[in-house]
Ligand binder design. Structure first.
Ligand code: LFR
Length: 465
């Protein structure tokens, strides 16, 4: 068989990436073909995503994949969670999608009583977080009512992109779980949540199953790009869910940290665990590949370091990540520990200043960096201890996947604090998981365990395929 070219779109908060997964019958080789930065744009005090820029860059990436590696077998889309676009009556976007770092969600969440929050957790299995699509949507209803009134369809970012590429309106279940509208017991939209907020449920799209085809690339786009018409396949389109597919776990039960802008610290389960301990400890039952549950804590991650680096580079000098580590390790004073999930770090104007303010010290940049590494590792340790307690399972190993797994300083501190071994990689976890699910759709007899770029894609998920 010739080499087959499967394309993965992997859109994160800070970068848009397009990869070709080249499959020769035995191995997948993932080639990064196109990468450009992504950034929310602030307009009149509101942060938006520039969705047409993202769409255009994904088109460029897809075209490059075709030009470099030949006809495309299929495409899968994975992106960050939560954010969405709204379409109006004439099936056009009503505006750019809002970014979850706006304050609408927090304002709405603060109006809810503790009892209401618990009720919403019990109805869904998802923890309330001010950024969840649910609170953003209610925020839009209150503060940008013209959008809500005119909206006929809500599409989360990967569904929105799939619609732009194929014209089909569909929802994908893992990304739908990040809304906090889905009941994770049966993966249907929760009428309790819908009724509680008097939501217009016709906004919510019908959900696909993994491996289904959303639709084919639109003819006009194929003509414009001069590429073949290829199917868009429903893969776990929440980046975390795709990443977990490619955790190279030896065991059925495993711990993972999917490390990027956010650090998702969790384990995979077959069924959601929805009880008061899980709620109190701050865990959520998000949707994973093929009906599994990614039981996890959403924790601050590389966002803090990325923002410090951005601040440091305002003077014009560029720093490498290694330089930042050396600076942190040169710190000889007492290192303060702070809670990286404090709301003051969600979207500060100046991250180092926010850390100084939070720790009540006037920190040098070396102290800031040392404090971040240590505090992130402490928060990882705390979450891991809680997962082991809540699931009554001990683990010897933590798998760290995604772009942040290259941060060997943080990995080492995490290993020291938890007493566990760290297995770092794959870095391209999201794309590999995305490609793995596409591949399996076309080759039902394929044993993905033998595909070496995904060294040991975890056994149970693959058996389910
Ligand atoms: C990780 C992630 C998280 C989600 C956050 C914002 O990339 O998708 O799961 O909470 O981004 O969407």
């Amino acid at each position: 068989m010739g080499i087959k070219n499967y394309v993965a779109f992997d859109c994160g908060n800070s970068s848009i990436r397009v990869l070709s997964g080249l499959f020769d019958g035995e191995r997948i080789k993932a080639e990064l073909v196109h990468q450009v930065p992504n950034e929310a744009v602030k307009v009149n005090g509101i942060f938006y995503w520039d969705i047409l820029y993202i769409f255009r860059e994904l088109q460029r990436g897809l075209q490059k994949c075709y030009l470099e590696f030949g006809p495309v077998e299929s495409v899968g889309i994975s992106t960050w969670g939560i954010d969405f676009g709204l379409l109006g009556e004439s099936q056009q976007l009503l505006g750019n999608p809002l970014c979850y770092r706006n304050t609408f969600g927090e304002i709405i969440l603060n109006t809810l009583s503790q009892k209401e929050k618990e009720k919403l957790f019990n109805a869904t299995g998802i923890l309330e977080h001010s950024m969840n699509s649910l609170y953003q949507l209610i925020g839009i209803k209150e503060y940008l009512p013209e959008y809500y009134k005119e909206a006929k369809q809500l599409l989360l970012i990967p569904d929105l992109l799939a619609w732009l590429f194929t014209g089909r309106i569909c929802g994908e279940p893992t990304i739908a779980s990040t809304t906090q509208i889905l009941n994770m017991r049966d993966w249907t939209y929760s009428s309790e949540v819908i009724n509680h907020f008097n939501l217009n449920d016709s906004l919510l799209p019908p959900l696909t199953k993994h491996g289904d085809v959303y639709g084919d690339l639109k003819l006009d786009i194929a003509d414009f790009l001069k590429i073949n018409v290829c199917p868009f396949v429903s893969v776990p389109s929440h980046d975390t869910a795709s990443a977990v597919v490619s955790v190279p776990a030896e065991r059925e039960k495993f711990l993972f940290i999917s490390s990027g802008t956010w650090s998702l610290i969790g384990t995979e389960l077959e069924e959601p665990v929805i009880n008061s301990d899980v709620y109190t400890e701050g865990f959520a039952n998000e949707g994973g590949a093929l009906g599994t549950i990614t039981f996890l804590k959403n924790s601050a991650g590389m966002h803090i370091l990325q923002n410090i680096k951005k601040e440091m580079e305002k003077g014009g000098h560029k720093y490498s990540w290694d330089e930042l580590v050396s600076m942190a390790n040169s710190c000889r004073s007492e290192i303060p520990i702070f809670d990286p999930n404090d709301s003051s770090f969600f979207n500060p104007v100046n991250m180092p200043d926010a850390i100084s303010a939070n720790t009540n010290r006037n920190l040098t940049i070396e102290e800031v960096l040392a404090a971040v590494y240590l505090s992130l590792a402490c928060s990882y340790r705390d979450s891991i201890e809680k997962i082991e307690k809540l699931t009554d399972t001990e683990h010897k190993v933590i798998h760290i996947v995604g772009g942040g797994c290259k941060n060997s300083n943080l990995n080492q501190i995490t290993s020291n604090l938890t007493g566990k071994d760290i297995i770092a990689g794959p870095e391209e976890a999201t794309s590999l998981g995305n490609i793995g699910i596409q591949l399996r759709r076309n080759q039902p007899d394929l044993n993905l365990l033998q595909i070496s770029a995904v060294p040991k894609m975890q056994k149970r998920v693959l058996e389910l395929l």
